[in-house]
Design a binder for this molecule. Structure first.
Ligand code: ADP
Ligand code: GN1
Ligand code: MG
Length: 363
C-alpha cells in the first residue's frame, strides 16, 4: 500500500475523499505506472504516463479523449454499457484530462472497470477468437473516425525499417556494454533485414491503406469479464492512430498465439500454437474481413511475422541500451523476451504455407 499523499488525488477529490483513499500498484503493463485507487464509493485507475516513451503526453490524452467520446456514441447507439465497454476518462475538479505534478509527473485517471481480468497466456482458442472479434470490432467502430485529427503519439511506432536503424545504432553505441554476449541474436536480426521492409514498401507504394488501428493489440490490453470470460473492453489507447491492419493482426498473434508467456525463461516451451493462429484469424476476418482488400488479407501473415520480429528487435535494442524503455524485473529480462520473439519468428517462417492456408480458409 502506498501513501496517498504521493499521488495527485487532490486534483480529483475533496479532502475527505483523499483521506479515505487507498492506492495500490495494479496490472502488468510494460510502459506506464498503473495504480488502483479505492474510495468508499468507487474505484479508479490512476496512471503516471511514461514520458520517456510518450514525449508529448498531452497528445496522448487529446487523442484518448477524442477516441473515447467517439466510442461512447458507438456503444450508446448499440445499447451497450458505456461504463464497461469503453474507457471513461475521469476529469479533474477543474475539468482537465490530466494533471502535471511539481516533479513533472504526468497523470491521468479512468474509471476502474471492475470484475475483469487480463491474461498473459490465453486459455482456449474460443477465448482468442473472441479477443479477435473485440479488436476487430474496435477497428470497425473507428472506421469512420476522423483519422486526421489524431496526433502521432510515438513517431514511426511500427516503422520496422526505422526500428532496424535504432537497433544498429544501439549496436554501434553499446551503451550498456552487453554486446559481446549477444552475437547470435545480432546475427539473427541482421539476417532479417530484408524482411523489415515488406509492409512499409507496400504502404509507400500505395498498395496498402492506412486505417485507424490500435497498434498495441497484446492480450493484456483486453479486459475479460471474470464471470463470463468474455472480452468486455479494449484498453490502452495510447498508440491508437493511423496504421496498417496487419499491425493489429500481427501484434495480437505475437502476444497471444504463443505457446508460452512473452517472457518464459524455458525456451523449449516457446513456440506458435497454430490452433490459436487459426482461431484469431477466424474471429478477426469474420469481423473486419468484409472491409479489407485482398492484399490486406494476404499480408496478414507478414504482419504476424513482422510484428513479432519488430518486437524482438525492440527488446534486443532495449537490452543493448540498458533497459531504458520496457519495464524489466531482472537484468536479462529483455533478452529473454527477444529470444522468445525470435523463436516464434523462426517457427512462423518455417510454416508460412500453413499460415497462408489458414488465411485462405477464412477470407
Ligand atoms: P501499459 O501501457 O503500461 O500497458 P495499460 O493502460 O495497458 O498500461 O494498463 C496496464 C494494466 O492496468 C492493464 O493491462 C490492465 O490490467 C489494467 N487497467 C488499465 N486500465 C484499466 C481500467 N480502466 N479498468 C481495469 N483495469 C485497467
Ligand atoms: C508494450 O504498454 P504495453 O505493456 O501494453 C509496448 C508494445 C509492445 C509490448 C510488448 C507503447 O505494451 O508496443 O508490443 O509492450 N507498448 C508501447 O509486450 O511501446
Ligand atoms: Mg497495456
Amino acid at each position: 500500500m502506498e501513501t496517498n499523499r504521493a499521488f495527485p488525488l487532490n486534483a480529483y477529490f475533496d479532502e475527505n475523499h483523499v483521506n479515505a483513499a487507498t492506492v495500490e500498484r495494479y496490472g502488468g503493463g510494460h510502459i506506464n505506472e498503473t495504480y488502483l485507487v479505492t474510495l468508499p464509493d468507487g474505484k479508479y485507475i490512476l496512471q503516471k504516463l511514461n514520458t520517456y516513451v510518450f514525449k508529448h503526453p498531452e497528445d496522448v490524452m487529446d487523442n484518448m479523449v477524442k477516441i473515447c467520446d467517439f466510442l461512447h456514441n458507438c456503444v450508446a447507439a448499440r445499447g451497450g454499457d458505456v461504463h464497461r465497454e469503453l474507457l471513461n476518462v475521469v476529469y479533474t475538479k477543474d475539468g482537465r484530462h490530466s494533471v502535471v505534478t511539481e516533479d513533472g509527473g504526468f497523470w491521468r485517471m479512468t474509471e476502474f472497470i471492475d470484475h475483469t481480468k487480463t491474461y498473459d497466456v490465453i486459455e482456449t482458442p474460443e477465448m482468442f477468437e473472441e479477443c479477435a472479434v473485440a479488436f476487430g470490432s474496435f477497428q470497425n467502430e473507428l472506421a469512420n473516425f476522423p483519422a486526421a485529427t489524431l496526433k502521432e503519439t510515438i513517431p514511426d511506432f511500427h516503422n520496422t525499417p526505422d526500428r532496424y536503424r535504432q537497433f544498429e545504432e544501439a549496436v554501434a553505441e553499446n551503451k550498456a556494454d552487453r554486446l559481446s554476449s549477444v552475437a547470435e541474436e545480432i546475427a539473427f536480426v541482421q539476417a532479417h533485414r530484408p524482411v523489415c521492409n515488406k509492409l512499409m514498401d507496400l504502404l509507400h507504394a500505395g498498395d496498402l491503406p492506412l486505417r485507424v488501428t490500435h497498434n498495441d493489440t497484446k492480450l493484456s490490453n483486453i479486459l475479460y469479464d471474470t464471470q463470463t470470460n468474455k472480452p468486455v473492453c479494449v484498453i490502452d489507447l495510447d498508440t491508437t492512430m493511423p496504421g496498417l491492419v496487419a499491425y493489429d493482426f500481427g501484434d495480437a498473434i505475437r502476444g497471444g498465439a504463443g505457446t508460452a508467456a512473452e517472457d518464459e525463461k524455458d525456451i523449449e516451451k516457446v513456440g506458435v500454437n497454430f490452433d490459436l493462429f487459426d482461431a484469431f484469424t477466424k474471429g478477426f476476418l469474420s469481423t473486419v474481413g468484409g472491409s479489407l482488400t485482398e492484399l490486406e488479407k494476404d499480408t496478414l501473415p507478414d504482419g504476424a511475422i513482422l510484428m513479432t520480429l519488430e518486437c524482438g528487435i525492440r527488446f534486443l535494442t532495449d537490452y543493448l541500451n540498458g533497459d531504458v524503455y520496457f519495464r524489466t524485473a531482472y537484468p536479462e529480462h529483455n533478452l529473454v523476451r527477444a529470444h522468445n520473439m525470435f523463436k516464434m519468428v523462426t517457427e512462423m517462417e518455417a510454416n508460412r504455407d500453413k499460415l497462408d492456408a489458414i488465411i485462405r480458409k477464412y477470407k
